[in-house]
Design a protein around this ligand. Structure first.
Ligand code: 13P
Length: 255
């Protein structure tokens, strides 16, 4: 059985104190919910990771990083390594977010290396991908997503897939208020699962969690999450407001 996940990607938002307050508010509200095996994740920016992690009392809210460098260590000014993350107890990292690809030129090749580094360090990756609007309009979205997944992940061994979470984030839906319809999300998620199955078999494909991201809100979460191949969400703007985020978590937990 694959796991339901609701992950809040805080991006470059929230100073130190705000981050801790938001995380603690989420934790205390989550304690009153039946999470029904839903993983609740927050991803503060690097400088706030340890403070947020230390402020949380138990494992009901996981703290993950938004990015990581692929090299073990060395002359990479401004970058953060897997070992550094692990030294403060961070075990999961978001990789390949469209903002990283677009603004920081992260290539499929670099992402394949980052995935390898995650695996070598026994960490977990939430691997993001998705098409831009022109690809969707020209009906090229399945090809784009297939290429992104193949280039970054199709060198993996079967056993590696237990450390991978997939996150489909159509770029045109990120921060725009425009959401993929539940049917568009389901069509793509089914395509992704079939793609993984075509190389790795049904058991691995059935077990990988595939999250949807892009303008998820409490008002649309339930309909999107109820689709059979959607296993939760990667949430941006709505993850910065405790009530909105709890609404989205509740939608996943109720399934
Ligand atoms: P929004 O929920 O703000 O559209 O952002 C989605 C996202 O990029 C999560 O990683």
């Amino acid at each position: 059985m694959r796991t339901k996940i609701v992950a809040g990607n805080w991006k470059m938002n929230n100073n130190y104190e705000d981050s801790i307050k938001l995380a603690k508010d989420i934790e205390s509200k989550a304690a009153n919910l039946n999470l029904n095996n839903t993983r609740v994740i927050v991803a503060p920016t690097f400088v706030n990771l340890k403070g947020v992690k230390d402020s949380l009392g138990n494992a009901s809210v996981e703290v993950v990083a938004q990015n990581m460098h692929q090299a073990k260590n060395g002359a990479y000014t401004g970058e953060i390594s897997a070992e550094m993350l692990q030294s403060i107890g961070i075990k999961t990292v978001i990789l390949g977010h469209s903002e990283r690809r677009t603004y920081f030129n992260e290539t499929d090749e670099a992402l394949a290396e980052k995935i390898n580094t995650v695996l070598e360090n026994n960490m977990e990756a939430i691997f993001c991908f998705g098409e831009v609007l022109e690809d969707r309009k020209s009906d090229n979205h399945f090809n784009v997503v297939e290429s992104q997944i193949k280039k970054a992940l199709f060198h993996l061994k079967d056993a590696d897939w237990k450390s991978i979470v997939l996150a489909y984030e159509p770029v045109w839906a990120i921060g725009t208020g425009e959401t993929a319809s539940p049917e568009q999300a389901q069509d793509m998620h089914a395509f992704i699962r079939n793609l993984v199955a075509s190389k790795y078999g049904d058991a691995i494909a059935d077990n990988v969690s595939i999250l949807y991201g892009g303008s998820v809100k409490p008002s649309n979460a339930q309909e999107i999450f109820s689709k059979p191949d959607v296993d939760g969400g990667l949430i941006g703007g709505a993850a910065l407001n405790v009530d909105d985020f709890m609404g989205i978590i509740t939608a996943a937990a109720n399934l």
